[in-house]
Write a protein that binds this ligand. Structure first.
Ligand code: MN
Length: 325
């Protein structure tokens, strides 16, 4: 995995050890993410929204797609051609490979090898998210995450904006024993701040646990807590529920998140790769249709009209358009 790393985790700042009496948050919901095809037909695993982890369980997060890891054959890589978004933020974290994006405001760029694009769609924007031509031509390894973060009603009409969080900006810290690498992409962990700025309190972390590592992380009581296993296997929560690649979970209340990595992993990954998500729930009604997430059905109808009449912007007329619905 070429996501950002450090040659000696023991040299990194450490998060403080939670007090021994701190209460571990139990695993409330767990799901083995179903596989589906997204965009023009690329495979993803989607732990939420799902029957097991609903919008209400995931609040303030809306959707998580795990793309790959997949070794594309030549000609096989696909993306998501021109489509709109309104009412939330899309967060694209590319661990291996390259994603190219363009938008209806003339913006664009490359997301690769540990970088994150944090896009606030807000009042509305069109974009396309595609593998670059040379990746399509040659094939190759592709691995990433797309996360949707909800916006509260008063921020759904905020102007669109981007944050390009290059991999070298990611804040690297380690656990109390130095056997877990914690990449803070956005928000805060135990006083350590990641580069991504968020519209409501949200923390996004990519954690790598060495074989046999035990992780106890202080986690704000008022934060929701979710985790997703990108690779490897281990346990989660105070009752050591077994977890493996492709599983997502949401935690109940308490003070700390606990995980352990298998000492003798049998699968393809020796380490446990976790995406950790925390955020203050919005507790607002959700009306969701395709690429729009608003509070009421009337706002969805309006979004659909605004998109069709070009008020979210327009894309190059010659390009292929996805049916986003
Ligand atoms: Mn999109």
């Amino acid at each position: 995995m070429p996501a950002i790393t450090h040659p000696n985790w023991l040299l990194l700042p450490r998060v403080s050890a939670p007090p021994l009496q701190a209460q571990a948050r139990p695993v409330a919901h767990v799901v083995t993410a179903p596989s589906l095809l997204e965009g023009a037909g690329f495979p993803v695993r989607r732990p939420f929204p799902s029957r097991e982890i609903t919008f209400r369980d995931a609040d303030p997060f809306l959707l998580l797609d795990h793309m790959g890891a997949v070794e594309y054959a030549p000609g096989e890589a696909k993306g998501a051609p021109w489509h709109p978004h309104r009412g939330f933020e899309t967060v694209t974290y590319i661990i291996d490979g390259v994603m190219q994006h363009r938008d209806s405001q003339g913006g664009g760029g490359i997301i690769t090898d540990g970088a994150t694009q944090w896009m606030t769609a807000g009042s509305g924007i069109l974009h396309d998210e595609l593998p670059p031509d040379d990746l399509v031509r040659t094939g190759g390894l592709f691995h990433g995450i797309q996360l949707w973060v909800n916006l509260p009603s008063q921020l759904k009409w905020t102007p669109p904006r981007y944050q390009s969080l290059e991999s070298q900006l990611v804040t690297l810290v380690t656990s109390e024993y130095g056997d877990t690498l914690l990449r803070i992409i956005a928000g805060e962990l135990d006083g350590h701040q990641g580069p991504g700025s968020t519209r409501t309190p949200v923390t996004v972390i990519h954690a790598t646990l060495a074989p046999g590592a035990r992780l106890r992380l202080p986690w704000p009581k008022f934060f929701n807590a979710l985790a997703y296993v990108m690779a490897g296997s281990g346990t989660a929560g105070p009752t050591d529920i077994l977890i493996h690649e492709g599983q997502g979970m949401q935690f109940g209340s308490g003070d700390v998140l606990t995980f352990s990595a298998s000492s003798n992993p049998s699968g393809p990954s020796a380490v446990l790769e976790l995406l950790l998500l925390g955020g203050k729930p919005l507790h607002e009604p959700i009306a969701s249709y395709g690429p729009f997430v608003m509070n009421t059905h009337a706002e969805i109808v309006q979004a659909f009209q605004d998109y069709q009449e070009g008020r979210m912007g327009t894309s190059p007329a010659t390009d292929y358009h996805a049916d986003p619905f």
